[in-house]
Each structure stands twice: as C-alpha cells, then as structure tokens.
Write a protein of this length. Structure first.
Length: 272
C-alpha cells in the first residue's frame, strides 16, 4: 500500500509542532524508517564518502534485517494464532484475571513470539515482564513456550509444569505484598549479576560492580532513585539478614534464580 492520507498529514504536522522542527514524517516500521533515513544521512555527509558509504549503510541496517527475517520465519513455523484465552488464578495474595491474546499453534503446544528491538544476551532484567506472563500461562494450564527475538539472538522460555509455575508466581506475589510494607533489599540487574558471578564463585564482586557506579559505568543504584534512597551502597543492600543468609541472596533465589536457570539462548540463525 502506498500513498498518503489526511490523517497522516495532520499527525506529522502535530509531531513537527511538538518537536519544534520544520517537518516530520511517519514510517510504518523501524526498518522502513532506517531505509528512509540512511540514504538521507549519506546525502548529508554524515556517512563516510564513497566507496565506503555502502558498507556503513549495511552495518546500520543489518542488525535490524536479520532479526526480522528470523522472527518472521519462526512466526510461520509456529502456526495460526489461537483464540484469546482467559486466565484466572492466584499469585500468593494476588488474584490475577487477564487474557492471553497472542498465542500461536495448537493448544497442546502453544507458542508466543516477542520481537525485542535491542540486545538480550545476559540481559535477564529485560525479560522479567515476559517471565511473569509465561508463568501465569503455564500455571493456568497452557504449556507455553515463549520466544524473544532480539538483535543478537533469541531467548526461549520452555514450558513449566503447573505446580512449578504456580510456586514461582506465589513467591512473586508474596514479595510484592511485603515490598508494600518495607523496601526489599534486592535490585533486579544486580541480582542477575550475582547469579552469573556465582558460576565462577565471585557473585558478590559482580553484583557490587553492577550496583555501584564506577569509571565509565553508571550503576543500577544511580539509575533507580528508589534504590538510592533505601540503600547507600552495596554493603547496605547486603546487610539485612534472612535466617543464615543475606536477605539479598534470599530474594535473589526467590525472585530471579528461576528465570536465570530456565532460559535458553540461541545464537542468530540457530534453529528453535
């Protein structure tokens, strides 16, 4: 479909006024935007001169084109979209009522595909929302497989049994209720850094690097004002106890270790 429409003309005029620019243009997707913008960059001299222009353009477009190709290939493999499914279940003290609207394939092997615009390798903190939905689906009796296609590969969440998914949901619900009463000594990206570091017996060192700012690095504490108000540094975060272990280590195990252990990573082009 080509051409224009009065609605888009009004939208582009409104965007230009909002941004304080002479004009604006609306593209149908990020990939189309790059196809339109990169030639303009070349024409304005913001890309290297010929014969290096083509290589620079391809290096900008390739990170988008390959994930899109893999996403659409996987979309075709997963089959037709299912009718929306209602779920109603408990997550500890919380009642969850919602609809699953983007499942594909058969009811015995439902698939869910998510296109992520950035990188995901070792970025488990970017997956927590999809993990919660994945748990809810599995706990409601849908043996869901979730695929997240990113620029640098694909992250897959295989199905869980109903009891295991329900247990993880209950932990999240109880943590949510306790966090309403007091700040929990936990930070998402820091917790995943701890888990990754524990594979080499240096979890505390990696977690401290993630939480505190350093040379050419902004720590999670500085990015999140709520963390900065509650915990002055990583030692303060690590100080509260839960039985024989630090409360940080306890909540890391309750909230984030199941996701960390359950993910599967596929390099670009690797089959599902």
């Amino acid at each position: 479909v080509t051409g224009s429409h009065p609605f888009y003309v009004r939208l582009e005029a409104a965007l230009a006024r909002f941004e304080g620019t002479e004009a604006a243009i609306v593209f149908g997707s990020g990939y189309l935007a790059n196809l339109g913008i990169v030639p303009a960059l070349a024409g304005s001299g913001d890309l290297p001169l010929a014969p290096f222009t083509e290589g620079s353009r391809d290096s900008l477009l390739m990170p988008l084109s390959q994930p899109l190709e893999q996403y659409f290939a996987l979309l075709a493999e997963c089959g037709e979209q299912q009718a929306q499914q209602e779920i109603r279940l408990q997550a500890g003290p919380l009642l969850i009522e919602d609809w699953l609207t983007d499942l594909r394939g058969s009811s015995a092997n439902p698939q869910r595909l998510v296109l992520h615009t950035g990188r995901l390798k070792d970025r488990f903190d970017k997956v927590t929302r999809e993990w919660a939905l994945h748990l809810a689906a599995c706990a409601a009796g849908h043996p869901l497989t979730t695929h997240l296609q990113a620029q640098d590969g694909r992250l897959t969440l295989p199905p869980l049994g109903r009891d295991a998914a329900q247990e993880h949901l209950d932990h999240i619900g109880h943590a949510w209720r306790q966090a309403l009463c007091e700040p929990l000594p936990i930070a998402c990206a820091t917790a995943f850094a701890w888990l990754k570091g524990e594979e080499k017996d240096n979890g505390e060192y990696e977690a401290r690097k993630q939480f505190e700012s350093g040379f050419m690095h902004i720590g999670e504490q500085e990015k999140e004002p709520a963390l900065a108000r509650a915990w002055t540094d990583f030692d303060a975060l690590l100080a509260p106890r839960h039985g024989d272990v630090s409360a940080f280590e306890y909540w890391t195990g309750q909230l984030y270790a199941p996701l960390y252990a359950h993910t599967q990573w596929h390099q670009p082009g690797e089959p599902a």
